[in-house]
Design a protein around this ligand. Sequence first.
Ligand code: GLU
Length: 424
Amino acid sequence: MNTTISKKGVEKTAVVAYMEAAIKKLREHNTTFDLDLLQAITRPKRQILVEVPLRKDDGSYTTFQGFRVQHNDARGPFKGGLRYHPNVDLEEVKTLACLMSLKTAVVNIPFGGGKGGIAVDPRELSQREVERLTRNFTNLLGENIGPDRDIPAPDVNTNAQIMAWIVDEYCQKHGQLLGVVTGKPIELGGSLGRDEATGRGAMIAAREAAREKKIDMTKAKIIFQGFGNLASFGAQIAEQEMGSTVIGVSTSRGAVYNKKGFNLVQAGAYYRDNGSLKGFPGVEWMTNEELLEQDCDILIPAALENAITAKNAKKIKAKIIVEGANDCTQTEGDKILNDRGIFVVPDILANAGGVVVSYFEWVQNLQNHYWELARVRQELERIMVQAYAQVSARAQEYHTSYRESAYIIAISRVARAMQLRGGV
Ligand code: GLU
């Protein structure tokens, strides 16, 4: 977890620290929100903890802890992914749920925020075991999820197949409510363009940032930490549509780097075949930490939380950081980046493309009317560009970083909705 110590000596997450700084700024600008209401936004509305049973293929029986935190639904149903990872715990899920409330608000889509997951390493389970675990988890979540209540989606180590099992389990009891989750396979009510959406959104944010910082995207050298959903699509879009050169990517095992670039398609195939990029020809092999410190124009951390710390923030050479991973910069690291004039596009804006196209998917499910890919891309572009411009404008107006600006916009929108509902 990404924490700092508050004045009372109590651990405080970076997200809560960023929220408190934004709330302070909002009050300095004489907003009409009362402090109690603003403080309430820092805390989740409901926290669900379940013990998910699993009968293993070998007949043995075990359980895993499952979580769903429903952070805020003042602006619409709770919305956010489910991750399957051994490090998942309640504190992490609370932080990520809160970020979802802010993310949906900053891009102004009619959702609140939630997050969930199971503390499990899915690589240690067979496909059948992952399916049974997912179905049991869905049943334990019961009435708490639904298209008008709380809508899960893929996140770390979860995918369209897992969403399909949730749909099947949920719809057996509730009828064909495909909008219960997003990120589904196309054949089961998924949206075209949802798979690439987080990467595309991040690249739109990177392009807007480069424009403001007067960096030519066709000459930009980009490093992605990660090679999962965001980084693989993002890297492809960076090279094929924006003319940039991707000079580094990584997996949990290590990173590859070549300042002149390398063949991404071949790297993708190599990773699929070998489960690692180690041994991929024509590149330097290094650690994930080393990759972050290499020379580049744009750095896109797109792996797990806490990638940027007080320690490595001093050594980062990028001009622009586009936060692909949620909660990826620790408070101290953020201060150092700001002092060093490294421009940061915060996670709640930079990686919002996924949930924006999740919104399109949900709309399509509710209407039973499906869009063409060009429409999905065009609407995503419109929403991302607009949100970016609003964050930029507020940052100039309040003389803040883009992170603080994004938090200010998001918190104001959530607070306004809570106030209109009566402040509860
Ligand atoms: N897991 C993604 C995120 O963190 C997507 C969430 C969604 O589509 O609901 O933004």
